[in-house]
Design a protein around this ligand. Structure first.
Ligand code: NCD
Length: 382
């Protein structure tokens, strides 16, 4: 593990460096133990089951989610409404900051006719009184039909799920995984590449930024394991490299992986560039995160100079738009290849699909459907 020792020692002293290494070791150990517990199944039964990791999916089950997501479009686009989940309750529990994941899960459930109960503030929950994940899971699963949970500790959502009496969807567990984000990212990649007459098999993707702590890139690359002959260019500072276990899994599955610190060179010849934020909350201090902030930036000039025309630009959001970071510049906002807001729109479709499959209503959504009665001028791109 090579950290920029001189800078850290100068700024923070030896004890601080020791703490960083200790924290990294603990995180790696937590991730390894989760890897041992999760297996990729050949066929997936969604009904009544948890979604904790992309490792649960095979290619057919990913396709099944995408097909149901396609079917959700008229409802998500406010052309029709359905009451298929009338009476059902989603427990939306977010013990870490979130905007789009939390709101889009809630919105997806509402669009299927269900109700949403949210817990968003750790301070106002009984977790601050020392309640265990086990007890919280036992209690909340008595009030809900399905639970989405986000928590800062890797493995915590799987632990919560063991005690839950209803299906649990992992909305992000620390730096470990974010399966629904990976599904919506892949759904977006598929659609974007399709409009360029390309496919996921054989594509070239660059992942940029904090690949060590970024759970979205961990889940996305492991989902891409299911496809064939992909070229990954992993652009990050050495200290923030993609975990070795993920890189070796990609290579073992026959994918080509290039790791580099040189962004401009790494951007060339890709179908998709997936940018990420420096995950400041996973560092011991803002000072440490500042070392890396702003190192990799994409703007119109860099895109024109180094990317192939039509390279799809993605980011899970939020993008850090502060001047010292500005990882994805606003001057690309009107660029037709900027897919970030198509990603967020697709998130609703994919999350509706997950709920429909888990609660086993995917085939009867239309039974309670009707036209919407309010003004809905189209705001969705076709
Ligand atoms: C990501 C997350 O929370 O992991 N955001 C999201 O869910 N769309 C990425 C991030 O916070 O940088």
């Amino acid at each position: 593990m090579s950290l920029p020792c001189s800078r850290l020692l100068a700024a923070n002293g030896v004890v601080f460096l020791g703490q960083i290494i200790d924290k990294i070791d603990r995180q790696d150990a937590a991730i390894k133990s989760i890897e041992l517990e999760t297996h990729r199944s050949s066929t997936m039964n969604f009904r009544g089951n948890h979604i904790l990791s992309v490792k649960q999916f095979d290619r057919d089950s990913v396709e099944q989610v995408f097909q149901v997501a396609d079917d959700m479009e008229p409802y998500a686009h406010r052309l029709r409404m359905t009451k298929v989940l009338d009476g059902a309750i989603l427990g939306n529990m977010f013990f870490e900051p979130s905007t789009r994941t939390r709101v889009s899960f809630g919105c997806a459930f509402n669009l299927l006719g269900g109700d949403v109960r949210e817990t968003t503030d750790v301070k106002s929950s009984s977790i601050t009184k020392g309640e265990s994940l086990y007890d919280t899971a036992r209690v909340i699963s008595g009030y809900s039909d399905v639970i989405v949970m986000r928590h800062p500790q890797p493995g915590s959502v799987a632990e919560f799920a063991k005690a839950s009496r209803v299906p649990v969807v992992n909305g992000g567990d620390g730096s470990n995984e974010h399966p629904s984000q990976a599904l919506l990212d892949l759904y977006t990649i598929k659609k974007e590449l399709h409009s360029n007459s390309r496919s996921i098999d054989g594509m070239r993707i660059a992942m940029v930024g904090d690949l060590k702590h970024g759970r979205t890139v961990h889940s996305l690359s492991q989902l891409l394991l299911l496809y064939r002959n992909i070229h990954f260019t992993l652009i990050s500072p050495t200290e923030l490299r993609m975990p070795e276990s993920i890189v070796s899994n990609l290579q073992a599955a026959g994918h080509e992986v290039t790791e580099t610190e040189e962004m401009e060179q790494g951007l060339q010849d890709n179908d998709t560039v997936y940018l990420t934020r420096i995950q400041e909350e996973r560092f011991d201090s803002k000072l440490e995160a500042d070392i890396y902030r702003g190192r990799f930036r994409l703007n119109q000039a860099i895109y024109t100079r180094h990317c192939q025309p039509n390279t799809v630009i993605m980011h899970p959001l939020p993008r850090d738009s502060r001047a010292d970071a500005n990882e994805l510049d606003n001057d690309l906002n009107q660029h037709p290849s900027l897919a970030i807001f198509r990603q967020t729109d697709n998130g609703v479709l994919v999350r509706m699909a997950l709920f429909a499959l888990i609660l086993d209503v995917a085939d009867i959504v239309e039974d309670t459907a009707s036209e919407v009665s309010w003004y809905t001028e189209s705001r969705f791109e076709e």
